[in-house]
Design a protein around this ligand. Structure first.
Ligand code: NDP
Length: 338
């Protein structure tokens, strides 16, 4: 392992923000993107950290994201709140919709935030965590672009379609999971292809639709969903709810429009917020206390809760700073000058 340099969370935030401002994003967009990338580095979620800057800038250079997007809140007082992202990245749209989403869920017990016409590169855990921080449970999902074959099929059709869930806890960090519904991220296959290493079985099909352990063949074929027909159905549900139902693009539409996997795709997102106290009203037991019994039983078996690794990394980063390697520092340096 190469030498690491420690950078404080705030310092990394300043560097990343200056890159996006310099690139021409307005302050609202730059601030929102910066918070996602910095939070990912802070939490040891490298796949959405500094490494994503290049892809965001490439998407900008290709004219596929609007740097001066001004998301618009469309709230008619119902359970469905909408933000038109105006072709900007998703985080600014989410930030705009969050207060209305949380307030409506508290009032009605359940509310939804629909984001339309956003460009998406983000992890979803920051969004469900924003809800758990307000005492709400959250469920977030979005399509991606078509790289995954449905179980039993042979051609890319579904996206890697992430699904994230968060449950609030009175003490300590929330219960949060966030993962793609493909067996593995495409980036993992790219890494194995570069290292000339084989894929585990069940990750990919080749261009003729045959199961393959050859990474290059997998890249020119299709990824497989996680959990066979179960992951395939969950991923299809995400296409339906967060694509078709919200009047936005499916993963196939998004790829057809963009024509490449090298830029961030444009589509929509759906975020649901639930008030546990409203749902449990009049029923025995406090839902947050009952959830703790479940979490203790999980931990009592020696299992860990999703989110625990990230929260431990967060505590370390806040105390000691974020460890960046020479490549990451060089990238930050280059983009601050360019
Ligand atoms: P993983 O397969 O690594 O799964 C991550 C989740 O599982 C985390 O919540 C993690 O918690 C939890 N977890 C991992 N191991 C365990 C364990 N042993 N016990 C309990 N929980 C565990 O994630 P993916 O590679 O599928 O996805 C990574 C990210 O990529 C996500 O944030 C997702 O949103 C994002 N993504 C975004 C897309 C987009 O288009 N915007 C498309 C696809 C993915 P912990 O973090 O604590 O380890």
């Amino acid at each position: 392992m190469g030498e690491k340099t420690m950078v404080s969370v705030a310092e990394l935030g300043r560097m990343v923000e200056s890159i996006f401002m310099r690139a021409g994003f307005n302050a609202q967009q730059a601030d929102a993107i910066t918070r996602i990338i910095t939070a990912a580095e802070r939490d040891g979620a490298k796949s959405h950290g500094v490494y994503r800057i290049e892809g965001c800038l490439r998407t900008l250079a290709a004219g596929k994201v609007s740097p001066d997007a001004r998301p618009e809140l469309i709230d008619e007082g119902s359970a469905v709140i909408r933000v038109a992202a105006d072709g900007g990245f998703s985080p600014a749209a989410f930030d705009l919709g969050l207060p209305a989403l949380a307030a409506r869920a508290e009032k009605l017990g359940l509310a939804a935030l629909v984001i339309n016409d956003c460009v998406h590169y983000s992890a979803l855990w920051p969004e469900v965590e924003a809800l758990t921080a307000r005492g709400l449970a959250g469920l977030a999902m979005c399509p991606s672009y078509a790289t995954v074959a449905p179980a039993g099929g042979a051609q890319p059709l579904l996206g890697t379609n992430p699904l994230a869930f968060g449950w609030p806890r009175a003490e300590g960090a929330a219960y949060v999971f966030d993962f793609a519904t493909s067996a593995v991220a495409r980036g993992e296959i790219e890494l194995l292809a570069r290292a000339n290493e084989p894929l585990p079985e069940g990750w990919a099909l080749d261009a003729d639709g045959r199961a393959t352990t050859d990474a290059e063949a997998g890249l020119s074929g299709a990824l497989l969903p996680f959990g066979g027909h179960k992951g395939s159905a969950i991923s299809t549900m995400i296409e339906l709810l967060a694509g078709v139902m919200i009047g936005d693009l499916t993963s196939r539409d998004a790829l057809d429009e963009l024509g490449t996997l090298s830029l961030a795709p444009k589509h929509g997102e759906l975020i649901l917020a639930f008030s546990p106290s409203r749902f449990a009203a009049g029923r025995p037991g406090d839902p947050l206390a009952r959830a703790e019994v479940l979490f203790e039983a999980i931990l009592g078996q020696g299992a860990r809760l999703p989110g625990q690794r990230r929260f431990a990394a967060r505590a370390r980063s806040e105390a000691e700073g974020i460890a960046l390697d020479a490549d990451e520092l060089a990238l930050l340096d280059r983009f601050q000058r360019e």
